[in-house]
Structures are given as C-alpha cells and as structure tokens.
Design a protein around this ligand. Structure first.
Ligand code: 9MR
Ligand code: 9MR
Length: 863
C-alpha cells in the first residue's frame, strides 16, 4: 500500500541474478505488470495460500502464519496464478519481505500444474528486517498461466512471513481483447420449438440483405430467405443482421443455417427440447445441498461427495454455529440448506429468492393452465426423498426452507424473530476445495431486516404449498413467517453491512421496501388477513410497475416482483379492481421487456440502465423472462411468449460470444464456472459443473482479477470468460439456477402444448378460437381466448360463446365484449384485428361465477 512506501524504501535492496545483462531490467520494465494487487490495497485477492498457513492483510502487507515442522518448502506457499510467461522474454521480479525467524524461502515462477516446470527459481534469505528482492530473468520456456510461488515451508519453528509490493514485469504488451466467437451465424444451439419463433443473428460487415439457407443434417436445403440488416448492435459493437425461419415447422435434429459461406452450430427443431433442462436445472439444488452426502446412485460417481459441514474434521460443522465475536452469545443449529454458489456460504437473502422460485416451479403448475406438474412430481427428480408422496420439487425446496427457519433468532433473545443475514467461513478459502474439506470456522453474521423478510415471504409461501402434504410443517412455516414479519416491522432498518465481505459475500441491500412488499403479499395469500393486504395496498411500490419490476430485472436485492407475480396468479380475495392493478403491473412490465427483446439484435429481453450488464446478468434476463411468461399465462398474448423464447435463444447461444451459458447444452457451453468442487479446470480429477448449471454471464464492471486482466475494453454483452477464477462473470448460484428451472418448465410445457394438447386450429380448421381459464378463485376467474390461423388469415374478427353456468363477464382487455343473457360476443380492438396465417391473437377477461364454472361448449368465429 502507498502509505508503506517509507518502510519499503528503507528495506535493504537485494539483487539476485547479478549476471543479468545490463539494461535487461529496463527492458523488462517496459513490459506490462503481470501481478494483480501486488500492494494488497484490494485485500488478499487473487493471492492464494496453502491451508495450513492462513494469510491476511496486516498493515497493508500480506502476512502468513507458517506452522513449525513442515518437511518441504512447498508444504507452505503463498502465491498468485495466471501469469502469462513467454519464452525468450525478460522479466523483473521484485518484492519486499520479512520473516519473524530468519528463513531461506524458495521464490519460484513456475507451471501451476505438474510437472511444475520452473521458469525461474531462487533461494532468498528473509529476516525480520524488510528487504526488497530483485531478480531479472529470461524465460527459456513459456506458459499462459504460470504461477509465482513463495515456498515458505520447511522451517522447524513457526514464524510469520509478510510480503508487500510484489511486482513481475516483462513480456509483450497484452493483445487487445479478442475472444474466439466461432461462427458468425448465431442460433439457439439447443434448438427451437416446432411452433415457436425461430430467429438468429449474423455478424457481418455487409450492409445489404444476404441470403440464408436452412439445411437438414444431411445437407439438404429446407428453406431459405433473406437477412434483415440491423446496424451496429450496442451490446457487442458489431454490425449485425437478423434472420427468421419461424414458418419452417418440420421437426428434426442437426439443422444448420448458412449465410455467406458461414455455417451455424447445429440445432434441433422439436417439441421436446426443454424437458431435460427442467430436470437438470432442478438437479443443481440437490448437488449443492449442505449437510448430506451426495449419493452416487442419484448423481453418478463423478458427482458424488461426502456430506459437507456435518462436524467431521476438518469441518467445524453447521450444527452449532456461533456468531461473529460480539454479535450474539448463543449458537444455532443451521445444518443443511444449499451452498450459495462456488463458495460454501449460506445466505438468507439470496437463499430466500432461490427457495421462492423453486417453490414457484411447483406453484406455477397449480395456477397456470397447461402447466404440467408431473415432471416435477414424486419420483421424478433425483432426490433422496423420492417415494414419500410429496412432489420432489417440494422436497428440494424444503431442504432450504428448514435452513432458512433455522437462521431465526430464538425466542427470549433480544432480536427474537429476526433472521441472521448469513452464515459462512471466517476467511475466504481457495479453489478447489470440497465442502467436507473446508477447515474454516463458521460464523453467524448479524440479523438483518432483509433476511427476516425473506424468511417471512418464503415461510408464507411454504405454508400455502405444503399444507396438502404436511400440515405440521406448513404450520411451522407460517408461524416462523408471522413472527419474522412482526420482528421486521419492529426493526425496519437493520441493514447488512456492505463491508462484511470477508469469507463470504456481503449481500447488502440499502432498500428493503421491496422485501416488505413481497413478504406482505405472501402472508396475505397464505392467510387472507386484511392487515397484510393493507400493507400491500399501502406500500409506495404498489401499482408502480417500474418500481416493482425494475427494467434491469428482479434479483435477490429487488424482490417486490415475486410478491406481485403471486398476487396476480394465486387465488385470493382480491377484488377485480385490485387484481386489475396487480395484473396491470405484470403486463406493463412485460410490455417493456417484450419491447426490449424486439429491439435487440440478439432478441434478449434485457436492456439495463446505461447498457451496463451486471454481475449475474443471465439471471436478470431469466427473471425478466419469468415476468413475460407470467404475462403470457395471464393474457395468452403470443408476443410475451415469443420474448421468453428469444430470451432462451440468447442464453443458449444466440449472443455476441456464440456461448451457451448452460453446461451440457449446446456445442459451445460454459464448463468452467467458479465452483470449489466442480473445479475440473484446476484439478482434472474433479468434475465440470453438472449439466444444467447456468453461468452468471457478462458483467461489464470487470469485478474480478481474471476479468480485469482478460476483458479490458469488452462491449457489455461480451464481458464474459469461461474461466474458473472469473467469479464476477462465471460463477453459478442457487438464485440464478432457480429462474432457469422455472423457465425451462414453462418452455417444456409450451412444447407439450404445441405437440397437440394446447390451443390452436385442429386438422381441417383454418382459423379457430380456443377458450381457457388461466386463473380461478372463489367467485371469480380470468378467461382467455386465443384465435389462431393455419392455412388462412383474418382481418377483423368477432367470436361468440354461451356461458353454461350463468357466468357474468365484468371486463375484458384486447377485445370489445358485450354480454346478453348467457351469450357473450367479443370483437377485435383497432389494434389486433389481423391474425396472419400461422399466427395467433389472444384476449382476456374477468368474470364472476357461482356454483360451477364450466367452459363453453364452443367458441364460434362469427365474422
Ligand atoms: O469464491 C468466492 C465467490 O463465491 C465470490 O463470489 C467472490 C466474490 O466475493 O469471491 C470468491 O472468493 C475469492 C475471494 O473473494 C478472494 N480470494 C479468492 C477467492 C477465490 O477466488
Ligand atoms: O449475486 C451477487 C451480485 O449481485 C453482487 O454484485 C456480487 C458482489 O457483491 O455478489 C454476488 O453474490 C455472490 C456472493 O457475494 C458470494 N457467493 C457467490 C455469489 C454469486 O457470485
């Protein structure tokens, strides 16, 4: 650090490698600095050390406590990886060090993997007087990712080693950022639904339309058309064209698109392309369970592992976790739950949204017509609770719900009812590290309002969903939720400390009005109680679509939308007017996301402020897709559905990097996400991430050392690297996989509907209308009618039906309706009279019912 320069200057200069030719140091100094954070101003990152010599930053230097009696120098190391060393180049290595006992250390620049070939090695004598060492060397061989290793083991006595101002300069300037993006023809590398939109993007300098051809696996041309020039795409700064082949509906595998001699990655057209994605995305959660052995019978040998944090050495166990010093004087049994991400922390904030969205994978099947609960039912997922009579997806969510409840401050304590913000290691650990090998002490961090409201919201949703399966558990959830909500009201501004990021993430959030909204909504839906409803209606967020659904997407820090989505879809006593407000927020937000998708050359429903892609941008995209899909369920509008599907295209390869961000899906998939067990990139004996794991995705802020080194100058949607240490672009976490599972379920259900069970003209019909009830509650329901054409088109339409059970329509949208007796007649608005061949148009309405709510026998197209 700068303020230590006097000490560093006072240090004795020890020049090694005196034989270096004159001027070599100067030549090396012209090259780039390869060491990141050599002055430790940014903390310990990206330095690493071996587990027995823990290091921390003390007075601006990195100090390691080296144990006595290790056998070899390399039994204790402080180092930094990813140093690009080039053969024939000259380098200057400098650092300042002290040791409380005089020692001879080994200072090596070497391969980071076997056979550990050395490009430079020196024996340096370090004493308790600060000395600056300087070594000039010419590398005789090279390595793209070498390491600097201070090998400080082998001492008979324990001592403290401190190092500062580490610098390694030399080699050629780094080439400008130039990722390998493969073919310029960008498609969804998994595929397209038979009846869905089919769009792609072509990167080219051409400004005139070009011909595209769609070819079958055997090379036969199946369709062709021309591209649409779209100018410079702001997310990639590349000139692009788009192309569309939605009219082509012949199912098959191995299709490619060729433009201007360039051929896309292969893809499938079919109805069943997202079924395994739903299952795999959900499997992520079992894989990342804490406190239970991950069973080879369920996941295969490669992914099996012992239980983590169950009090078997070197783990310190999560069954009796103390607070950080000074925070509390009790301990909690907080075993179980899901590990957050690449790290072994367990956090209530993002743990809450993740649990909620996994529960919603299930709840969606209760509230949405055509949503199939079977693929997530009992015996369908690879979880140990198979066969217990409870849908497997709820078994999975319960694993986390039990943990969330265990984080609640016990009765009798000062903050009783509040929830601790998080539990994690005292210090950051390095990679790789299996959960059961984590030696760090675990600590509870202070309670926070945000965490408490996460518990209230998820507890209430739990009460709704588990009541049918386990009343005792549902009651326990509700009671925890009520207590939490009351405690949060009493402590409405206990914000998590943004600087509390050692050993785990901070997850700090300066505004909890959205968590209050979410929790009040869920408690109202669980209890029907007016007090909670009044809190919803009285929230400053209520009715404000942009506040509830930020343009950049919902996230762990912006949760109001979770409440609004549930209010819009789950049966409750909301009046039609109240329901109209809530649904209006959903459709307003969805309109914005759909417009963003339509404007984007890559079809992505994500247009963040200032074009900045944030940490975890892929989950922001997914959360916008969840809003769109919900709006589709409420209205039947195909535009919403299309924006969800083009969002999937983006995530699965139709993007500026030609990258599928989901492991195991697509030809160019992410495989090296930041994870301490799935760390194959660091240790070939460990697996890559399990299929269905979604990477965080482009983050234009470059928030980790690898991103800083490799991605300088990247356009926003290209700020991503499939490297295990790029945690700001390439981590995986429960709260990103949860919306992936939700969307995969939605898309799979769409495919099933296309496959014959959904609306759409039957054989022989040219234009037809289909009636559905997306939502029903005591005394009321929302109806939807979809007009579809195949082999004809409409220019203006009127439909009629008879309600069989005396239902009364109260209001309609996207149509003008009248009711006389039991007969309803609806005609198009000035905006949606046209139904093209192969297209569809939907409208919706609210109506009242009593006794029964049967569907009309027929919806007739009368004009
Ligand atoms: O592994 C950690 C990851 O889960 C976090 O998102 C990230 C940012 O907080 O930090 C990672 O841990 C690194 C730590 O911040 C600094 N030392 C190296 C750790 C592993 O890369
Ligand atoms: O998802 C979090 C992201 O929104 C934040 O910008 C980032 C930095 O604070 O932290 C992310 O969460 C990480 C957490 O802090 C530690 N575990 C891994 C999480 C995902 O990278």
């Amino acid at each position: 650090m700068r303020r230590h320069i006097p000490r560093a200057l006072a240090a004795v200069l020890v020049a090694g490698a005196l034989a270096a030719p004159g001027g070599a140091a100067a030549a090396a100094d012209e090259g780039p600095e390869l060491i990141v954070n050599g002055d430790f101003a940014a903390g310990t990152d990206p330095w690493w050390w071996t587990p027995d010599n823990p290091a921390t930053v003390v007075d601006g230097r990195l100090c390691a406590e080296v144990p006595a009696g290790t056998a070899n120098p390399w039994d204790a190391i402080v180092g930094q990886n990813d140093l690009p060393i080039e053969a024939g180049e000259t380098y200057a290595l400098r650092y300042t060090a002290t040791a409380t006992t005089p020692v001879t250390i080994r200072t090596n620049v070497q391969q980071a993997v076997e056979p550990w070939a050395q490009f430079f090695a020196s024996a340096d004598q370090v004493t308790d007087t600060a000395q600056t060492f300087e070594h000039i060397f010419t590398a005789t061989a090279g390595d793209e990712a070498a390491q600097l290793a201070f090998q400080i083991g082998g001492s008979d006595t324990a001592y403290t080693f401190c190092v500062d101002d580490v610098s390694l300069r030399g080699g050629a300037e780094r080439p400008p950022y130039d990722p390998d993006t493969g073919s310029p023809v960008r498609v969804n590398q998994v595929g397209y639904l038979t009846e869905g939109p089919k769009n792609g993007t072509f990167v080219t300098d051409a400004t005139e339309p070009l011909t595209w051809t769609l070819n079958a696996a055997d090379g036969t041309e199946k369709a062709s058309g021309t591209t649409v020039p779209a100018g410079t795409d702001p997310t990639s700064l590349e000139n692009v064209h788009t192309f569309a082949f939605g009219d082509f509906t012949e199912a098959g595998e191995g299709y490619t698109v060729t433009i201007d001699g360039q051929t896309s990655e292969p893809f499938t057209i079919g109805d069943d392309i997202y079924g395994t994605l739903r299952t795999d995305a959900l499997a992520y959660f079992y894989h990342n369970r804490s406190g239970i052995e991950i069973d080879a019978d369920l996941v295969g040998e490669e992914y099996a592992r012992p239980a983590g944090h169950v009090n078997v050495a070197p783990n310190q166990g999560d069954d009796d976790v103390p607070c950080q010093p000074g925070v509390c004087d009790y301990t909690l049994d907080a075993a179980g739950g899901w590990y957050d991400a690449g790290d072994h922390g367990k956090y209530v904030v993002n743990g809450g949204i993740a649990a909620a969205q996994v529960m919603s994978v299930y709840e969606r099947t209760l509230t949405t017509e055509g949503a199939d609960g079977e693929p997530i039912g009992d015996g369908k997922l690879a979880v140990p609770e198979q066969g217990n009579g409870v849908p497997d997806v709820l078994d999975e969510a319960r694993w986390q719900l039990e943990f969330l409840m265990s984080m609640q401050v016990p009765a009798g304590e000062e903050l009783a009812g509040m929830a601790h913000h998080k539990l994690h290691d005292e210090q950051w650990t390095g990679l790789p590290l299996l959960p059961h090998e984590d030696p760090q002490p675990r600590e509870l961090h202070p309670a926070s309002t945000a965490a408490t409201l996460n518990l209230a919201a998820t507890g209430a949703q739990c009460a709704r969903l588990y009541a049918d399966f386990d009343a005792e558990f549902a009651d326990r959830c509700l009671s925890a939720a009520r207590t939490a909500y009351t405690a949060a009201e009493a402590h409405p501004d206990m914000l998590a400390d943004p600087n509390d990021g050692t050993g785990g993430g901070a997850y700090s959030d300066s505004n909890v009005s959205d968590e209050f909204y979410w929790a009040a909504a869920e408690l109202y839906l669980a209890t029907g109680e007016d007090a909670y409803l009044q809190d919803v209606l009285g929230s400053p967020l209520h009715g404000d679509a942009e506040a509830v659904f930020p343009r950049g997407g919902m996230s762990w820090g912006a949760t109001a939308g979770l409440g609004a989505l549930d209010l819009a879809t789950v049966d409750s006593g909301l009046t039609d007017a109240q329901l109209g407000v809530v649904r209006g927020m959903v459709t307003d937000a969805a309109d914005g996301y759909a417009a963003d998708a339509a404007n984007a050359a890559y079809g992505v429903p994500y247009a963040p402020d200032g074009g900045r892609y944030v940490w975890g941008s892929n989950s922001q995209v997914l959360n916008n897709m969840v809003v769109l899909a919900t709006a589709h369920g409420l209205t039947g509008e195909s535009g919403y559905r299309d924006a969800v599907l083009t969002g999937l295209d983006y995530l699965l390869g139709r993007n500026p990097l030609n990258q599928s961000y989901v492991t195991g899906y697509g030809e160019r998939d992410s495989k090296n996400q930041h994870h301490r067990f799935w760390a194959n990139q660091l240790d070939p004996s460990l697996p890559n991430p399990a299929p269905g794991s979604i990477a965080g995705g482009p983050d234009s802020q470059l928030e980790d050392p690898v991103a800083e080194q490799e991605l300088q100058g990247c356009p926003p949607a290209m700020c991503y690297i499939d490297h295990i240490e790029s945690y700001s672009t390439n981590e995986i976490t429960i709260n990103w996989n949860a919306p992936l599972a939700w969307i995969a379920g939605y898309a799979d259900d769409l495919g099933a509907a296309d496959g014959g069970t959904g609306p759409g003209p039957g054989p022989g019909e040219e234009c037809a209308a289909a009636y559905s009830v997306p939502n029903e509650w005591p005394g009321g329901f929302t109806g939807s009618v979809t007009l579809s054409c195949d082999g004809a088109s409409l220019d203006g339409w009127t439909v009629e039906w008879d309600f069989p059970d005396g239902q009364r329509m109260t209001n309609a949208w996207n149509a003008v309706c009248t009711q006389s007796g039991t007969t309803v007649s609806c005609r198009n608005t000035p905006y949606n009279g046209a139904v093209p061949d192969g297209g569809s148009v939907s409208f919706g309405f609210n109506a009242g019912w009593s006794g029964a709510n049967g569907a009309p026998e027929e919806v007739k197209l009368v004009g």
